[in-house]
Unconditional design. Structure first.
Lengths: 322, 87
């Protein structure tokens, strides 16, 4: 991952966060080590055990009021200890008046001190979204991501197996392409993987025998989508008469992307086999399962019930001597 | 052509999983496989067909196999029934 500095945050988001730099310009070079945010109230009272100093420090009205009530020497002592830690950055919210001692010591320790006009909770929630995005684990997958009926299907399989052709067929049927060949994936929430195309590639696609085509140009804006949650991995492989394919669908198989388990299906392909319709079925079955209905399981239960009924009636006839 | 009659001995009968095992076993051979129960004859390589037999414990099934590897195929299927589909 790229190193994220305070300067980068300031440059990219000073307007959104309504930030102004009060002191410690040298501190802009400091790195943000994590996406977490701390309210240092307890530390400012002098309790520095377990002080989360590697987090972005946000000072609100409570802290400022407390600092203003402190006698001058206690204030300098407390701020001295606070700023002796390697803090990434300090932000005072609500456009509050910043005590002169605070500005002075930030300058002295070369720690970036900002003021924002946003309220504490608003600033924290906006900053958290931004930082979570920056620190989210990311990787790239070789495959094609298509939104089929609102379900994100990630096609994988060896080169030339027909991932792009399959996506093209789906687009033609009204589904939406997200990324072809290279899919950037990010873990946006503990169990959510989001996929998108690289900015450079956009919705271009290479087709064997034709070359590079532009899906958005050819099929219009409704045929593409900027990003989509990856919900099912569809592995395409050449039909192998020796291999055993899932016949029942009772056991769910998973693949792991960035530590998140994603349902996976393996589809054998052979010339002339229509993967498009199969893809739509995969998407619809996934929706059914998400809504709590598993067709394979229901069918299996029905069969088991019938077998039990037959066994019972056989046993009854066996013992019936009337 | 090889014909063998087997009895379903596992308590739950040929439910979904044993059906899958029968089909997988049969598909490993080139021979044609039919399973017959009373009037119903199904293809031993079709999962839906095998499940439609609805063979409960105690049911008798005739296994009919023909092809160049019929002996091996038939033996493998009889074995699957004998071990109660527990491979």
């Amino acid at each position: 991952m790229d190193v994220i500095t305070v300067e980068m945050l300031y440059r990219e988001r000073r307007e959104q966060f309504e930030l102004s730099l009060l002191a410690g310009r040298e501190g802009l070079k400091r790195k943000l080590a994590n996406s977490e945010i701390a309210r240092p109230g307890l530390a400012l009272t002098g309790f520095f055990k377990r002080f989360a100093h590697s987090r972005t420090q946000v000072i609100g009205q409570t802290e400022i009021t407390y600092l203003q009530d402190l006698p001058a020497d206690a204030l300098r002592d407390r701020l001295g200890r606070f700023f002796s830690f390697d803090l990434p950055m300090v932000v005072v919210t609500k456009g509050l008046n910043v005590p002169a001692d605070l500005t002075a010591i930030a300058e002295e320790t070369q720690t970036a001190l900002f003021s924002t006009r946003l309220s504490t909770s608003e600033f924290i929630s906006q900053l958290a979204v931004y930082l979570d995005g920056l620190f989210a684990p990311t990787t790239t997958k070789h495959g094609t991501l298509v939104d089929v009926f609102g379900v994100g299907l990630l096609y994988t399989g060896s080169s030339g197996i027909g991932k792009s052709e399959c996506a093209l067929d789906l687009v033609e049927r009204g589904h939406r392409l997200v990324a072809d060949d290279i899919v950037h994936v990010t873990r946006k929430a503990p169990k959510v993987i989001i996929g998108l195309a690289s900015e450079m590639q956009g919705f271009h696609m290479e087709l064997r025998g034709i070359g590079i085509i532009d899906i958005e140009r050819l099929f219009g804006i409704q045929s593409v989508r900027l990003q989509k949650r990856v919900e099912v991995e569809v592995r395409l492989e050449l039909w192998d008469s020796k291999a055993e394919y899932d016949r029942l669908g009772l056991e769910s198989k998973y693949t792991t992307i960035l530590g998140v388990e994603i349902p996976a299906v393996t589809i054998p392909v052979s010339p002339g086999k229509n993967i498009t319709v199969i893809s739509e079925v995969i998407a619809m079955t996934h929706m059914l399962k998400t809504y709590g209905e598993n067709p394979a399981e229901l069918f299996s239960q029905r069969l088991a019930e019938e077998l039990r009924r037959r066994k019972m009636s056989d046993m009854y006839l066996e013992r019936d001597f009337e | 052509m090889v014909e063998q009659i087997v009895t379903v001995t596992n308590p739950l009968g040929i439910h979904a999983r044993p059906s899958a095992l029968i089909v997988q076993t049969a598909s490993q051979y080139r021979s044609e496989v039919r399973l017959i129960r009373d009037e119903l004859e199904v293809n031993g390589k079709s999962i839906m067909g095998v499940m439609m037999l609805a063979a409960e414990m105690g049911a008798q099934i005739m296994i009919k196999v023909w092809g160049d590897d019929e002996q091996d195929c038939s033996a493998a299927l009889v074995r699957a029934f004998a071990v109660r589909f527990d491979n």
